[in-house]
Design a protein around this ligand. Sequence first.
Ligand code: GLU
Length: 465
Amino acid sequence: MEIRVRYAPSPTGYMHVGNLRSALYNYLVAKSLGGKFILRIEDTDQKRKVDGAEKIIFDTLEQTGLVCDEGPGIGGNFGPYVQSERKEIYNKHALELIGKGDAYYCFCAKSEENKCDCKNLDPKLVENYISSDKNYVIRQKMPECGISSFDDVVFGHIEIENDQLEDQILIKSDGMPTYNFANVIDDHLMRISHVIRGCEYLSATPKYNLLYKSFGWEIPIYVHLPLIMGKNPDGSVTKLSKRAGAVSFVDLVNEGYLPEAIINYISFLGWNPGSTQEIFSLDELEKVFSIDNIRKSPAIFDYEKLAWVNEHHIKMKSDEEFADILRKYVDFETNLIKLAKILKPRVSKLSQIENMIDFFRQRPDVDKNLIMNKKNKLDEKIAKEILSNSIEVLEKVDRWENSVLFENLSSLSTQMNIKKNAIMWVIRVSASGKEVTPGGATEVLEILGKEESIIRLKNVLNKLV
Ligand code: GLU
């Protein structure tokens, strides 16, 4: 069997993590089984359509590396891949179903939708209504008794009494198909082998299977994915929503998560590799992914875990790669590689960078009380001595490098018989205006450069009496 899977988002302007997971699992199934990954835009609900939404879909797939083999703008033998461009195809198939007696025209006004009984209308009357331009929808005729069942790879055997199935609309009054109809026609015509999607579609699947049966088509393999739940601030589990944190890909990127970390984390929302390894690149996921390891119990989206995964992916970057990321945050003259070296081990979300580097950009107005520190037994007199001696030593340094600066200040500490920590503390706070900085005092000095460092230390010295 040729493996062909599809990611079929509706362009609603928002790439929810649940959607992204569907995209990822489809992609991984295609890659791990040597199949094709197809993108289909499901835009038949024109009311929900949002301008620019398709671009968000394309951009997300590009940023995450989920490259499609067929789709809009890519091509393929089974297009068009945008449902609104396939209207005639759906209409033709709906008429075929009417011919078979498995669908019917329904002329009921919306309010009466559920009570109407158009399936038994006299064919003459139907013809009359249609020629007089009366509004209609086309509905699927469900069997009145019996049971429909199917086997889902993840959720197992599913059964439903046919009398529970309503005569769902296939073609709407605007001539557009419903998702319920279009997905079946397209999955068949696009030769989809595995339908992989969220479990919210599980209960409607028997209706889709009846459509396959009416047409005499082979039913695809179904792989429904577990729910994704969120966590409230108090730890209780809830539906994943904005209130429980960012839930779209763009939100997560804006919060400072790397696309590869998001992908790595999302891969675990319903699957596990069957080992203890938790950090994966997309390439590695392609090798280990297996449908057999998808589970049906709900997954919980945990921001702490995502930050942990993100931190690992940041550490895996080379200094050059991380310097490249920093470019976006750094709008002042500095050595990006040096900055990358001190930030990389300390950042778990890119959004933390701004606060960590603001003191490099702007000379701080240091509060001298920050320097007097009980732990280091510093009073103003000692602090002043430390600063003036340090400035004297530092002014003589030619090679302005962390190791040289460190050596010099270390010898000063021996000379003055003052703990090294105390000296470094005074230097760090004076140079940055902060108690905590990325990198040690001398790393900070190295990045600031000699001239700027001395100016900053002198400024503080002038405040001390
Ligand atoms: N257009 C549907 C959605 O965005 C896709 C469901 C499916 O994959 O069949 O939820």
